[in-house]
Design a protein around this ligand. Sequence first.
Ligand SMILES: *[C@@H]1O[C@H](CO)[C@@H](O)[C@H](O)[C@H]1NC(C)=O
Ligand SMILES: *[C@@H]1O[C@H](CO)[C@@H](O)[C@H](O)[C@H]1NC(C)=O
Ligand SMILES: *[C@@H]1O[C@H](CO)[C@@H](O)[C@H](O)[C@H]1NC(C)=O
Ligand SMILES: *[C@@H]1O[C@H](CO)[C@@H](O)[C@H](O)[C@H]1NC(C)=O
Ligand SMILES: *[C@@H]1O[C@H](CO)[C@@H](O)[C@H](O)[C@H]1NC(C)=O
Ligand SMILES: *[C@@H]1O[C@H](CO)[C@@H](O)[C@H](O)[C@H]1NC(C)=O
Ligand SMILES: *[C@@H]1O[C@H](CO)[C@@H](O)[C@H](O)[C@H]1NC(C)=O
Ligand SMILES: *[C@@H]1O[C@H](CO)[C@@H](O)[C@H](O)[C@H]1NC(C)=O
Ligand SMILES: *[C@@H]1O[C@H](CO)[C@@H](O)[C@H](O)[C@H]1NC(C)=O
Ligand SMILES: *[C@@H]1O[C@H](CO)[C@@H](O)[C@H](O)[C@H]1NC(C)=O
Ligand SMILES: *[C@@H]1O[C@H](CO)[C@@H](O)[C@H](O)[C@H]1NC(C)=O
Ligand SMILES: *[C@@H]1O[C@H](CO)[C@@H](O)[C@H](O)[C@H]1NC(C)=O
Length: 473
Amino acid sequence: MKFVPFVFLPSLVGAALPPGPGPFGNEIIAQPVPGALEFVNPKVCEVNPSHNNSNATNAIQSAIDKCGDLAGGGVVLIESSLVLYTASLWLKSNLTLRVAGKLVGTATGYGNKTDPTNTNATDAPVVYTRRNSEMMWAHAGLVNGGRCVRLKDPLAGWDDCAEWSVLENVVLDGGGTLDANAQGWFLDGQDDFESAWRPMMLDLLWVRGLTIRDLEITRPGYWTVHPTFSDNVRVENNSIITTGSNTDGCDPDSCWNVYIARNTFDNGDDCIAIKAGRDWSGLMVNISTRNVLAEQNYYLKGHGVSIGSETSGWVTNVTIRDSELDGTAKAVRIKSMRGRGGGVADVVYRNLTGVVEDAISLSLNYHEADPTNDTATPEIRDVVVADLDLRVTDDGSGTRALYSSSNYMECLGLNDSIISNIAFANVKVALDASDADDLDASCQYCTGIYDDDTDPSPCFNATSFSSFSTSSS
Ligand SMILES: *[C@@H]1O[C@H](CO)[C@@H](O)[C@H](O)[C@H]1NC(C)=O
Ligand SMILES: *[C@@H]1O[C@H](CO)[C@@H](O)[C@H](O)[C@H]1NC(C)=O
Ligand SMILES: *[C@@H]1O[C@H](CO)[C@@H](O)[C@H](O)[C@H]1NC(C)=O
Ligand SMILES: *[C@@H]1O[C@H](CO)[C@@H](O)[C@H](O)[C@H]1NC(C)=O
Ligand SMILES: *[C@@H]1O[C@H](CO)[C@@H](O)[C@H](O)[C@H]1NC(C)=O
Ligand SMILES: *[C@@H]1O[C@H](CO)[C@@H](O)[C@H](O)[C@H]1NC(C)=O
Ligand SMILES: *[C@@H]1O[C@H](CO)[C@@H](O)[C@H](O)[C@H]1NC(C)=O
Ligand SMILES: *[C@@H]1O[C@H](CO)[C@@H](O)[C@H](O)[C@H]1NC(C)=O
Ligand SMILES: *[C@@H]1O[C@H](CO)[C@@H](O)[C@H](O)[C@H]1NC(C)=O
Ligand SMILES: *[C@@H]1O[C@H](CO)[C@@H](O)[C@H](O)[C@H]1NC(C)=O
Ligand SMILES: *[C@@H]1O[C@H](CO)[C@@H](O)[C@H](O)[C@H]1NC(C)=O
Ligand SMILES: *[C@@H]1O[C@H](CO)[C@@H](O)[C@H](O)[C@H]1NC(C)=O
């Protein structure tokens, strides 16, 4: 695909620092990336061949330990007839966790979460991880990747881990269900709603070659699929179904070379949210996200196909295309805020069709905040939005959810960080017949170009270009 020829605007005063490096160096892998290496005759470790188990933790973890880290590959198999409950599991390299049946968390998050005798909470033990795009202690996921094996001495605050275990060639597949059974993290215990360190469901740190396919993935306590500091990641043909606050579908976090295709997303927060670290911790860790392609996905409920708001290490070279939306809050959504730093650049949203509440939101005011200093002011630039055919249902009355000011588009930069080089080509947004009464747009500190096929006209400050080509090359 050819990028629209951009008009280069004067560079900004106090621009964010350049993108951080990749987690495993700066190698770009051609899209679609292959994901984990497939082994020809892997060793197979079957778990509980014939019976269900209300706590199969030891059986599954020992199968992982037996079949993992083998040069010829290994498969831990959960047959389709089985429902196995488990506490948190830790994967190994060259390993496929093949769930044909159902793998269910042992009720993590229910009851008194600080009571050490409550296995409902302690079955997801507290570990050092990256939660919410920030290094911290939090409950472990249902399934986990690399773990911190040695802490820094003295502790650094922004990342206290001196040494991580690193994995390669990890596959989750099998056609079955991963169910974290973690609704307890937000349905009860409202007292420790945020402070309880709610777990990521698939907390896959430091994996080189990761494939997640053919699964139903459901009931997380926080974000659902969370590849972090990983390279060559493939998320394909899954149904990621969640309800509850902050239950994002898939959040690649400081990852390079990510392919997300043919999944169904139905989520309590963002369907996809591409991230690269948050605030001080994110700036200091400074690992970017780069080369992400999401295509042929189906987006139902959820807050959007999003980038941000955690942009501290920079998110660059992202394409989101060829997808249908049905009831999603936003189609195009890029967000950051003062304090995050970093930014988002070289993004294409293309060929997105269907019904959404609001169509397009680009904002550096995700939450309004006072200026901090130059390095913590984020940027958004070089974004192509093309071939959109959307109907919006937001009727513009009452308070708008999700910090959006307008149903057609908003583009909200900062006085010291103008959102720039935005290009709209053949963007068509109309009111849905349901209950929308007006199309509205709101722009501040935002510049770009648009073509004659775009309707309505965007509200950003347009340069003299009235038409341009976005044809493939
Ligand atoms: C992040 O890494 C890039 C590339 O090494 C570097 O230029 C930049 O200064 C770093 N940013 C921060 C906040 O340290
Ligand atoms: C961006 O992604 C495309 C598609 O994967 C890749 O071919 C290209 O090399 C990447 N460019 C940069 C600068 O990362
Ligand atoms: C396991 O439990 C499920 C659901 O209750 C049931 O359908 C299945 O037959 C059980 N499997 C075995 C092997 O007992
Ligand atoms: C399940 O088994 C693991 C490992 O033996 C144990 O730590 C955990 O407390 C058990 N959970 C429940 C709910 O019994
Ligand atoms: C994984 O498999 C590859 C290819 O056989 C091998 O080179 C590598 O050592 C294996 N890794 C581990 C951790 O066993
Ligand atoms: C564990 O969770 C279940 C709900 O799944 C609940 O009935 C039970 O009371 C909880 N146990 C404790 C010790 O809180
Ligand atoms: C939860 O357990 C902790 C530790 O045992 C205890 O201090 C606290 O009072 C309990 N909270 C409630 C609400 O029972
Ligand atoms: C997608 O996953 C389902 C199981 O959820 C499986 O039946 C189907 O064959 C998979 N499709 C492809 C193209 O692999
Ligand atoms: C500027 O922000 C960076 C990153 O948040 C922080 O490390 C630094 O201490 C700040 N500097 C000042 C003078 O506030
Ligand atoms: C646009 O996306 C749809 C899927 O939503 C796909 O069927 C169609 O082929 C795409 N169009 C082009 C021109 O790629
Ligand atoms: C820019 O906006 C901030 C509030 O976000 C304000 O404090 C500051 O004075 C403004 N700067 C200029 C030059 O207008
Ligand atoms: C467009 O430019 C004018 C004049 O410089 C400025 O007053 C206005 O705020 C700008 N609007 C946007 C959306 O950037």
